[in-house]
Design a protein around this ligand. Structure first.
Ligand SMILES: O=C(O)CCC(=O)C(=O)O
Length: 255
């Protein structure tokens, strides 16, 4: 499935994502296997064991580092930094990652900075602004400036080595990246983001999630086509509250 999705993507996409390899949303080139993974009972049981009985799905990607590709830049994936909830321990957005090969430092395993979802780290203060407001600079995205701190060893980082098929669960606010892939094989991960406790999120966050869905025709199509199996995981909001703004940078409230 992941190879099939990679084969559908335009060559330019790979050029623009050299350090990541590629990042292809599941609803861009829908494949039944990705939908099965999103609803995978054992993963949902793992969430239930953590106390999350009624999660909702958000987004998800095939992220595939080609052979001999540079490290991925440090980043976090929280989008609620304009809301006070991000500065609390209340569960928000979680990533579930499935690596399709055994990973280690040599072939580009994940690395994370434990606790960085709740505590400020020097990496939060990097000037990421570029002419395209708020975007990671191209020299970091394309890993052409390997001396940039976002591409360097970071204080407190640890490796997360896994066996193919392990499930890695984490808070999306966590600072993470991956090592360079120095092997001759692709290193693919399937990442799916859920809202583990959707019903406990404030309505203005529900509204943001809803706006995100209704703004994406390809996601709406995916939701319609997979409704018979994914319905229980689709976040639905019918209110008219103003959505909190999309906030992908922590404010000074993160200390
Ligand atoms: O490629 C990796 O190991 C990390 C993927 C990643 O950054 C993500 O899923 O947000």
């Amino acid at each position: 499935m992941s190879q099939w999705m990679i084969d559908q993507e335009e060559p330019e996409h790979f050029e623009n994502n050299r350090s990541q390899g590629c990042i292809i949303p599941y609803f861009k080139f829908p494949h039944p296997t990705f939908s099965q993974l999103i609803t995978y009972p054992e993963a949902l049981a793992a969430l239930a064991k953590l106390g999350f009985e009624d999660p909702k799905v958000w987004s998800g990607y095939v992220i595939s580092k080609p052979a001999y590709s540079p490290q991925l830049y440090w980043h976090q994936d929280g989008v609620l930094w304009d809301h006070p909830i991000s500065y609390s321990k209340q569960p928000q957005q979680y990533f579930l990652m499935y690596y399709l090969v055994d990973t280690n430092r040599h072939n580009g395993c994940l690395r994370v900075i434990p606790g960085s979802h709740l505590k400020r780290h020097a990496l939060h203060d990097l000037d990421r602004k570029s002419p395209r407001q708020g975007r990671v600079p191209d020299s970091v995205r394309w890993a052409t400036d390997l001396k940039h701190p976002a591409l360097q060893v970071a204080e407190g980082e640890i490796d997360v080595e896994v066996q193919a098929g392990d499930l890695v669960i984490g808070d999306s606010r966590l600072l993470h990246s991956s090592h360079a892939n120095q092997s001759g094989q692709r290193r693919t991960v399937l990442t799916i983001w859920y809202w583990p406790a959707y019903n406990q999120l404030p309505v203005e966050v529900h509204a943001l999630i809803s706006d995100h869905i209704t703004n994406r025709p390809d996601w709406v199509r995916w939701v319609e086509e997979t409704a018979s199996t994914t319905n229980h995981l689709i976040p639905i909001y019918r209110g008219d509250k103003q959505a909190v703004s999309w906030g992908s940078q922590p404010s000074n409230s993160l200390i």
